[in-house]
Design a protein around this ligand. Sequence first.
Ligand SMILES: *Cc1c(COP(=O)(O)O)cnc(C)c1O
Length: 392
Amino acid sequence: MSGAAGTPAFLPYGRQSIDADDVAAVQAVLQSPFLTQGPEVARFEAALAERTGARYCVAFANATAALHCAVAALDLPPGAEGVTSANTFVASANCLAYNGLVPRFADIDAQTANVTAATLSACVTAATRVLIPVHFAGQPCDMPAIGALARERGLRVIEDAAHAIGSVDAHGIPVGACAHSDMTVFSFHPVKTITTGEGGAVTTNDAALHEALTLLRSHGITKDPARLRTNPGPWHYEQERLGFNYRITDLQCALGVSQLRKLDAFKSRRRAIVSAYDAAFAGLPWLRPLVERPGTDSCFHLYVVRLDFAALGCDRAAVMARLAAAGIGSQVHYIPVYTQPWYRETYGTHDGLCPEAEHYFAECLSLPLYPALTDADVARVVAAVRALGSGA
Ligand SMILES: *Cc1c(COP(=O)(O)O)cnc(C)c1O
């Protein structure tokens, strides 16, 4: 894409890909009887269940709401602890706090920036009840090992797969199948791999969790005749527990169904761009990409490099400004969650808690990665990044 006067378009670090099919799908719902609570929600849920191999799926207004309800569905006692990654978006930890649980933070593996069974295990105490591994940048965590840890210590597991729809682990298991977890949560924010505008979903193989998630999404209300305590007439409904209005609309789910059809195409383009970047940056002494574990087939959400700012002779803000001047967006994923003011003030967390996550944070930068990037766009990013080293 080029600007009017031949100025190259600005390349953000991520963005959605919407085509005519997507527009038509949303328009059809707009002209149908149901804008929300119609057939498209169930259709999207069925498509996600089929794609991931999970028995059940419940779609939500966003992944933050989905995480809130996933933790609530476990009915854990207040004051119990949950462990998530230090290297994640705040929502992965906030879902514990919403439910009166205490968030703890596991350190990461330097090569993948993911938590491991060992780093999670180091945070497990007698009060721990749930693990929330995050599949950072789209690369699946080592779920067989994390599942084994959970079984050994009697813990529940929620996978935060906001980055990882379409990813397949080294054993051929799609993220979302819940082979080693109770639930998996996806996000469909426009910056993620497929979008519904705002949106999220939980997959599970557990009928009781599916039922709890469905209730929690919509005020805790049921109209199911089999569940009602009394049934005086067709107008009757009962509130069984304290739920929320976290529903997603039919407009959004029609977009989701249409986007999901393109997931394989998005994935192969994302993987091709990652390979091109890796090849172009190989041998630069001041740049290290993340490493994909052998056999893993990640649907990459982010392309992250670790930069040696001392060797480059400029700090991260200056690097981001130089890239921006060349029309290239970049972003930092992530500030360790426990260093946020609210976490420090509420839980007394402090610097030094997760040294590897802090070291990684000091060096990381995400470069543009989305399916609509052309080979020429990729070449522009490569040239601008390599130019950072002139004089290094
Ligand atoms: C984006 C994101 C979320 C929250 O997703 P929303 O749909 O924006 O609520 C949660 N966890 C991670 C790791 C994310 O990247």
